[in-house]
Design a binder for this molecule. Structure first.
Ligand SMILES: Cc1cc2nc3c(=O)[nH]c(=O)nc-3n(C[C@H](O)[C@H](O)[C@H](O)COP(=O)(O)OP(=O)(O)OC[C@H]3O[C@@H](n4cnc5c(N)ncnc54)[C@H](O)[C@@H]3O)c2cc1C
Length: 409
């Protein structure tokens, strides 16, 4: 006999767990999250955990704001720490036009009640004494953000959802999703079939293959993404506060304090894709082989900006797969023509936006309408019109733009 639940969620990363938690808070607990391995074993476990309220598209600022709020709420509810450090962030302006662009969005933060201020180079230097401000025009300062422990935040939501009655099954890969009858989907696993009224695919880049089984061509591909962690830096040890995260469009890279070292995530000019012909079935949760040569031109720019970065040795280099769509925004919402099938996949900044996105989707499912209009994430914006080559080209461009604002050509 097939098992039956109202909702199956496929994927136990930060996004899947956030949807599960969002549904549970709204009273939908006849739910089951299926995870291939352990929770967080996709991209979530190796993410740097950076959360900023300054996203790349102003339309999704609210997703960032809600994400941090939801992680803190789940932490309080579950007792599981999300490991939040409120060090704040600086988004550097490398031209007057960039500074003006930052000023132009101040109103959005006022409306959302999130602290946001465009500051001058001297103020930047005070907030981040290791930063070389030569040539800087200023920065946008978002003091309420910082970084979480990505696994901690995920487990906090999972634990809270479970306590409210939601189900989680680990080591249970979904083999196939198919239509069972007019009202139900069938989800095939090694442990049997599960029937559900709703299925949410929250399996990041694996979603592409799951969806292909029902002839959906989703523009989801994985890129290699590096982060570099230095040895301890005496200048940081000497400070009695944590320096804010720096997002620098010049490198482009983000650099934050990790204990007494610096952790730097790099956006390569010529990024490399991973497994575009299909995720290897034997892939578990391992990291990819790092390539320091590709990072060099970017790290030299980071050193120009933060000279202490250059004098420290490198402790660790992580290279992990990261999921992208052609416009850099996730796919969140229903799948047209497939009643009861939903997507929550394609998150390049899933720690920053996963909490809010899961909650947004849960609200939509329970109430029948999205809580507010957010077409920039709706899956049907793509409609399968792009060829694979067009997708890959667009993803490369969007990734390499790094921190250049969309409004700046
Ligand atoms: C080096 C690096 C640093 C990063 N730093 C940051 C950062 O600082 N801030 C930020 O916001 N983002 C960061 N990211 C991106 C972030 O990691 C992702 O956006 C986020 O983890 C995506 O979450 P997810 O839940 O969508 O996917 P995942 O965490 O990949 O979860 C998908 C889950 O689905 C499961 N799954 C797959 N197929 C199946 C199946 N058939 N059946 C059952 N389960 C299945 C997988 O095992 C996996 O656990 C970073 C990424 C990298 C690579």
């Amino acid at each position: 006999m097939a098992e039956h639940v109202k909702v199956v969620i496929i994927g136990g990363g930060i996004v899947g767990c956030s949807v599960l938690y969002g549904l549970a808070k709204r009273g939908w607990t006849d739910t089951l999250l299926l995870e291939r391995l352990e929770l967080t074993s996709g991209s979530t476990w190796h993410a740097a955990g950076n959360i900023t309220h300054f996203g790349h598209y102003t339309e999704i600022t609210r997703l960032y704001v809600d994400s941090l709020r939801i992680y803190m709420e789940a932490e309080a509810e579950s007792g599981q720490s999300a490991g939040f450090h409120d060090a704040g962030s600086l988004r550097l302006a490398t031209s007057q036009a960039e500074l003006e662009a930052y000023r132009s969005i101040e109103g959005i933060y006022n409306d959302l009640g999130v602290p946001y201020r465009v500051i001058n180079p001297d103020e930047v230097a005070t907030l981040h004494p290791l930063l070389n401000i030569d040539g800087l025009f200023g920065a946008a300062h978002t003091p309420a953000d910082g970084h979480v422990d990505s696994s901690g935040a995920t487990h906090a939501m999972a634990k809270s959802a479970r306590a409210r009655g939601a189900g989680i099954r680990r080591h249970c890969p979904v083999r196939k999703v198919r239509r069972h009858n007019d009202n139900q989907w069938a989800v095939d696993t090694d442990d049997g079939v599960i029937h559900a009224e709703h299925v949410i695919m929250a399996a990041s880049f694996w979603t592409r293959e799951l969806a292909a089984q029902i002839n959906l061509d989703l523009p989801l591909y994985a890129l290699e993404h590096h982060e570099v962690i230095t040895d301890d830096i005496p200048e940081l040890e000497a400070l009695d506060f944590e320096v804010p995260t720096v997002r620098d469009p010049y490198a482009p890279a983000n650099t934050r304090q990790e204990h007494n070292s610096l952790l730097c995530g790099v956006y390569e000019a010529d990024p490399v894709f991973w497994a575009t012909d299909g995720i290897p079935p034997e892939f578990g949760q391992e990291l990819l082989v790092p390539n320091m040569g590709r990072l060099e031109e970017h790290l030299l720019k980071v050193i120009e900006r933060i000279p202490a970065f250059g004098s420290a040795g490198i402790k660790t280099v992580n290279n992990g797969p990261i999921c992208y769509t052609p416009d850099g925004c996730p796919l969140v919402g229903p799948v047209t023509g497939h009643d009861g099938l939903w997507l929550a996949a394609g998150f390049p900044v899933g720690i920053g936006t996963g909490g809010g996105s899961g909650d947004f989707l849960a609200d939509w499912m329970v109430n029948g309408n999205p809580p507010y209009d957010l077409p920039i994430v709706y899956p049907f914006r793509f409609n399968g019109t792009l060829t694979k080559d067009e997708c890959l080209r667009a993803i490369k461009n969007i990734y390499a733009r790094g921190y250049v604002m969309p409004m700046m050509k």
